[in-house]
Write a protein of this length. Structure first.
Length: 238
């Protein structure tokens, strides 16, 4: 116990007196920024892909789009996130002559990766909506795209909200790999504290606790949103 107390004292010294807390705050901000923006980009891309894949394949263009979307989903689901980060940062950016920070690259890759997973989530959500909703929208003169945006997709999002929450939690945890492209996340912050104190046990324990708290808060927010949606549905049905 005394040994742990000594480790804790060393951790607090680096955390408070050597600006370790500033690195933790910066790391937390970057972790949340990458995960939130990645999720939003993923929802946008995933919705577009899911819509393209459920469009009737009577014409050539929908079939071409479906083939492209299938390739995209297979590519990003079939390779690890860290490989995607490394290829984007060290291969694609130099070839294209672009200069992006590690955080910007992480947001981009997380968004593209999340889009592949969310497209399958969204597609299942769209298919779970009664087909009569689409027919009703078309019957009153709405186009396919307008009916999808205003009628089908909002109902699909209600159905897949818990799964989207799980995807957000996954993105939060996967931000621990962004250090490979120089982004300063929570792992980098606590690794700095460990390196300067020559003691990694307490920093990594604190880091784990922070991740757990974030996940618990996200889970609580999702439950509150689900409850609110259920109450709204009951009011509309009564």
């Amino acid at each position: 116990m005394d040994n742990f107390g000594q480790k804790l004292d060393v951790f607090l010294e680096v955390f408070l007196e050597q600006n370790g807390y500033q690195r933790v705050i910066e790391g937390l901000q970057n972790t949340l920024l990458i995960a939130v923006l990645g999720l939003l980009i993923g929802i946008l891309i995933g919705t577009l892909i899911a819509t393209a894949r459920v469009v009737p394949k009577y014409k050539v263009l929908p079939r071409i789009l479906n083939g492209f979307c299938s390739f995209y989903v297979g590519l990003f689901r079939g390779t690890p996130m860290v490989v995607q980060l490394l290829v984007c940062y060290y291969v694609l950016l130099p070839i294209l002559g672009l200069k992006l920070t590690g955080v910007q690259v992480s947001v981009l890759v997380f968004g593209l990766n999340s889009g592949a997973y969310i497209s399958e989530i969204m597609r299942s959500g769209i298919l779970s909506v009664d087909h009569g909703q689409m027919e009703a929208g078309r019957a009153v003169g709405l186009s396919f795209s307008v009916t999808m945006i205003k009628v089908v997709i909002p109902q699909a999002i209600k159905n897949i909200l818990p799964t989207l929450g799980n995807e957000f939690i996954t993105l939060i945890k996967e931000t621990s790999v962004v250090s490979f492209v120089g982004a300063a996340d929570l792992y980098v912050a606590f690794n700095y504290i460990g390196s300067n104190s020559y003691e990694f046990m307490v920093p990594y324990l604190v880091m784990a606790v922070i991740y757990i708290v974030i996940v618990m808060l996200i889970s609580l927010a999702i439950k509150i949103m689900e409850r609110s949606l259920r109450k709204s549905d009951r009011r509309h049905s009564s």
